[in-house]
Design a protein. Structure first.
Length: 277
């Protein structure tokens, strides 16, 4: 427990400066480095990290994309589509010429999960730069994921009686899941109130509360899907970068899902012309 607490304190000390200087190159650089580590951990888990013709392009895209997203005025969706098509062609060629040593299912798993990780990590930059209030809104990615995780755990410890999905995560309970959702809604509402009171924003509390429900549910799904992958490949943790906590993916499993969810909410708010903050 002491090791976990010390690691958490160190991680917070690293994260806080990144958040403070999120408007500078610090955020895309941090996202780029974290994404590369996440991709490496996942490929190592899958046993494909030594497929260099496929892994190196993923590392390059993972590192470059956050900077393109923030600093280069291009159609990022078109760039990603072209990169995905090129990568698929390379992957199919690798499958064909591997003479059966590299299976189609392994290639598709590698492509799909890597695309998920890269897109989700870059969603942090997208939300941070969304409109004139992204500099506040992106904080909800971390608040939503960590509040859900923390209070789902404690609610489950004190009130949990009914298992959620025992074959995936034996310790998670239905009561814990509900507690995570409830406290996530409360935290989003409090966030909106603080924005109103101290940052001269007109927070849409109702929209934030509804968004919190979606965010919390997605956060728990993100956690569970990463647990499913670990169980499938027979590993306990994705890495050892955080002593007592595991790897980068072990700490960012919920954040990946939440960042995508908040990006979708931002897009929806834009279509509906709804101001979140």
């Amino acid at each position: 427990m002491l090791k976990r607490i010390i690691t958490s304190i160190v991680a917070i000390c690293v994260l806080v400066p990144v958040l403070i200087f999120s408007g500078t190159v610090v955020l895309p650089f941090a996202v780029a480095c974290a994404t590369v580590i996440c991709i490496y951990e996942m490929l190592k888990c899958m046993g494909t990290y030594k497929k260099y013709a496929l892994s190196i392009p993923l590392y390059l895209v993972a590192f470059v994309l956050p900077f393109l997203l923030r600093y280069v005025d291009i159609n990022i969706a078109a760039v990603c589509f072209i990169a995905a098509v090129v990568y698929l062609v390379i992957m199919f060629a690798a499958i064909i010429w591997s003479h059966g040593s590299f299976k189609f299912a392994d290639g598709m798993a590698m492509f799909t999960v890597s695309a998920y990780i890269i897109t989700a990590m870059n969603a942090i930059v997208y939300v941070r730069d969304f409109g004139d209030y992204g500099k506040y809104l992106y904080l909800l990615i971390f608040i939503g994921a960590w509040i859900t995780d923390t209070f789902a755990y404690f609610t489950g410890v004190f009130f949990g009686k009914h298992k959620l999905i025992e074959d995936v995560s034996p310790k998670k309970t239905i009561e814990g899941s509900i507690g995570g959702i409830l406290f996530c809604v409360i935290s989003f509402a409090v966030f909106g109130i603080v924005m109103d009171a101290f940052f001269d924003r007109s927070a849409n509390i109702l929209f934030l509360a509804v968004s919190a429900v979606a965010v919390s549910i997605v956060s728990q799904i993100g956690d569970l899907i990463m647990s499913v992958i670990k169980r499938h490949y027979g590993i306990k943790d994705y890495g050892k970068i955080f002593p007592g906590h595991g790897g980068m993916l072990d700490r960012f499993d919920s954040i990946l899902a939440v960042s995508l969810c908040l990006m979708a909410i931002c897009m929806l708010a834009g279509l509906l012309n709804v101001q979140l903050l």
